[in-house]
Design a binder for this molecule. Structure first.
Ligand code: FEO
Length: 168
């Protein structure tokens, strides 16, 4: 079973993961509107990743006999001043998610909930990859600027596909 504190914290994080999905769908629409379908594809894949993160946690709460209570959230931002500003915004969002996951691990340890602490290790590792993925594109955007390099990068980002993690 889950303590009430853990159950609430997991429900809050499920909301954050679904909000992240919604934010990246908003970013996908933004990039599509700019005529950058590769960037839009990359964000579409991220939209799927976030739904996977949320659902994995949702299933865990139920498996532990907890109650899932879905929460509402505010509309995500829908416009940015440039592709670089959009990716920097997303990277900052991921830093917040990382902090939230770390706080969840701290809570699991405080509650002596070893199963949840182990479960959350997957998210700790996943956040390393998330920050690296966003950070890599921020760096590339800084290098290419606003010129033709943007279209080359768009072609590269068009190749990203969603692959559900095998061992998840
Ligand atoms: Fe679910 Fe991008 O963190």
């Amino acid at each position: 079973m889950l303590s009430k504190k853990m159950e609430k914290a997991f429900n809050d994080q499920i909301k954050w993961e679904y909000f992240s999905a919604y934010l990246y769908l908003s970013l996908s629409a933004y990039f599509q509107g700019l005529g950058l379908p590769g960037f839009a594809n990359w964000m579409d894949v991220q939209f799927q990743e976030e739904q996977f993160h949320a659902r994995k946690m949702f299933d865990y709460v139920l498996e532990k006999g907890g109650k899932v209570q879905l929460q509402g959230f505010d509309a995500p931002q829908h416009t940015w001043k440039s592709p670089l500003a959009a990716f920097e915004f997303a990277l900052k969002h991921e830093y917040v998610v990382t902090k939230r996951i770390n706080d969840l691990v701290d809570l699991a340890q405080k509650e002596k909930d070893h199963a949840s602490a182990i479960f959350l290790q997957w998210y700790v590792t996943e956040q390393v990859e998330e920050e690296a993925n966003f950070g890599d594109t921020v760096n590339k955007l800084k290098l290419v600027g606003d010129g033709g390099g943007l279209f080359m990068l768009d072609r590269e980002l068009a190749t990203r596909v969603f692959t559900p993690p095998a061992a998840a």
